[in-house]
Design a protein around this ligand. Sequence first.
Ligand code: PLP
Length: 497
Amino acid sequence: MKRVASTILPIIAIDRKASTALHRQIYDSYRAAIVDGRLRPGQRIPSTRGLASEIGVSRFPVLNAYAQLLAEGYFESRVGAGTVVSSSLPDQLTSSQPSSTTNLAARPGPRSVARRSPILPGIEAMPWMRNWGAFRVGQVAFDQFPLHIWSTLVVRRCRGMDAQSAHYGNLMGSVALREAIANYLKIARSVRCEAEQVMIVNGSQQALEIATRVLFNPGSRVWMEEPGYQLARDVFALNGCQVIPVPVDTEGLNVAAGIRKCRKAQAAFVTPSHQFPLGVTMSASRRLQLVDWAQHSGSWIIEDDYDSEYRYESLPIASLQGLDTNSRVIYVGTFSKVLFPSLRLGYLVIPPDLVDRFHMCRRVMDLGPPTFIQEVLADFIAEGHFARHIRRMRVLYGELRRMLVNQLNQNLGSIVEVVGDEAGMHLTVALQDGHRDMEVSKRAVRQNLSIWPLSPSYLGEARQGFILGFGATTMKEIPGAVRRLRTLLTTRKLSTS
Ligand SMILES: Cc1ncc(COP(=O)(O)O)c(C=O)c1O
């Protein structure tokens, strides 16, 4: 028989001050757990002695309760297995689902939620997010990841674990990893930082959430690139901020337009190295204008530097944070692109005077990042594997990108315009006209294509197009996938009017 944990304390609710007798409380707790499916037929029940000692009562009320449950057929005794939940309970008596789902679904009456939560789109409306077809955005070439090295480091760290490493870790993140990141950022991204300013987070998404809680009030106005990164916009909106869309042109965010719309915004969110989704690199003059605006209007800049390691025609561009002499930039980075997204590790570089505030905000969120995996990553960086991996992947992604651009130009040159392919692991194709991107993206799922529509990246009037990831689409797959995309775009042209 399947072994189950003997301790099932959470289902036994004992209230010593209640007027109900102890044996009745034990009986009621078991019965309720069996009826609503938290205890399943055949599941082992602790001995009367064991339960009495765990919940701190004498054995008599437990014996009484067990006798009653046996008599009523909820429990049965099995030779060699002790007492188990009866396997012959009628189906209608037990739920097939745990109570948490069945009971809630059945309960009538008002079920009010926070006013802001319905502003987020439902996942059902975005089938391309759940599809594993070609061009999936954000997926890396994981078959190239040095898993054997990673596994060795995991095992080594695991063997070295002790009571201290098993306890809560540093709220800001492991010191070794923060030092490794600070060194890397100084050299590779010209970021001005010391390890004390680096906070390890659960991906850049968490970085945005923490920054929002520290910097903004409900109603705070935040400049957002238009089009821009939807998940950043959602964080601001969900926290009650007013998102001010500021147009992006060939030089990146149009700072003058932002000032005209809302000079006194509390912050600007930007992706200057590789604008998401259009792929533009913010020009030097725009960077200086933005930093100048932030200083004069007392605003913050949130720089999301999510994939700048991969740049194909030139060396990686220095960060915006490195240009800012006034400590107005909150710099956000991630390992989701350079390693893999399920790692859920990213980092913030916080202006020195805000470190304490970020620190305390983090405390109420999750008590800090998982220590173990940070230490593995610190080793991976310190031993040179990280830098080697980036170098190899830059070559591979560069080849994939060249192949994809060629194929798109050859097969779809008259229908689409390729933009933003200078960096990163995705590019964008703008549709000339006559197509609705959402509709095509939905149909594409059936063709094993996972193409993100461009239009949801806009708050206002949207351009139609697609964001195509090429990190995990192989050289062999690209020509066929582009042909399938062409068929989709040429066989059923739907009017946008
Ligand atoms: C603009 C942008 N920022 C950040 C990320 C990465 O987010 P995370 O670090 O939470 O995985 C992505 C992923 O696609 C992105 O497109």
